[in-house]
Ligand binder design. Sequence first.
Ligand SMILES: Cc1cc2nc3c(=O)[nH]c(=O)nc-3n(C[C@H](O)[C@H](O)[C@H](O)COP(=O)(O)O)c2cc1C
Length: 310
Amino acid sequence: MTGTVDMRVRIGELELRNPVMTASGTFGSGREYADFMELAQLGAVVTKGVSLEPWAGNDSPRIAETPSGMLNSIGLQNPGVAAFCANDLAWLATQNVPVIVNLVGHSVAEYVAVTERLDAEPDIAAFELNISCPNVDAGGMAFGTSCPAAAEVVRAVRAATTKTLIVKLSPNVTDIAEIARAVEAEGADAVSLINTLLGMAIDTRTFRPKLARGVGGLSGPAIRPVAVRMVWQVARAVAVPVIGMGGIMSAADAAEFMLAGATAVAVGTANFVDPTASAAVAEGLRHFCEERGIARVSDLTGAAWPERQA
Ligand SMILES: Cc1cc2nc3c(=O)[nH]c(=O)nc-3n(C[C@H](O)[C@H](O)[C@H](O)COP(=O)(O)O)c2cc1C
């Protein structure tokens, strides 16, 4: 029995054919992965962070493995918006999949400038505003860890675009629900969470940090329980849809995020383990529902909440 589950979900103005997208920075712009899978199998492709000017990123080494995840300090390396449009966006537009562009900047003015530059592009379905990168000194997480700063940048970017606006939240805060409420109040159509957790690893042979920058962002299965807890808290605190991510390796992991309250999910570090992981999660989620007689994948959203357990 196939094709009986309604896999569609809605994020702002956007209807996705299924709830599974790629997590920014773990899928490039999809080109390398198109050799292994049809991008059209996904609900959406979320691009790596795009800034106004090219960014070089941080010094190497900037990846370190840990027992159940990885540390990275890439630092939002990207070729800048002009090269992105000419190369990546033009190619992505041919792939029959909604394109969500992840936006980064060092300042409110830079976030606005890159948004204005991309707002007129018809091939972009939505923006994901990254105010949660832990690997840059100015910008990124600096905006995502205080309510006034998060509100200010979301207000400015909201005024610069009519496209669906997703705001990506940092877990490196005391109360993620209050940040979510602050960005919802400024017009965010959805929130996505979590970005990486600040972490560190030290080489006991050399007595030096494993990353040139010292600290980095922890991703992968190690962070999943933290991410599920935060999705649970945020989904109960805001009315807009939540996109959940953090260590999703399988369809069951994706279902766990939806049961916690996510409307959609993103697959990140798993793409480095298996380049077809995101497509496998989408297909597996359909089976998960079929096996249980669940007619709409959206019925999973928040199904673990106490008030639904009557
Ligand atoms: C190598 C790497 C690069 C990343 N780059 C970005 C980025 O450019 N923008 C962003 O919002 N998140 C970025 N992230 C965070 C991921 O999108 C995701 O939020 C995080 O890794 C948690 O999901 P996961 O455990 O499934 O990887 C990056 C993560 C990794 C591992």
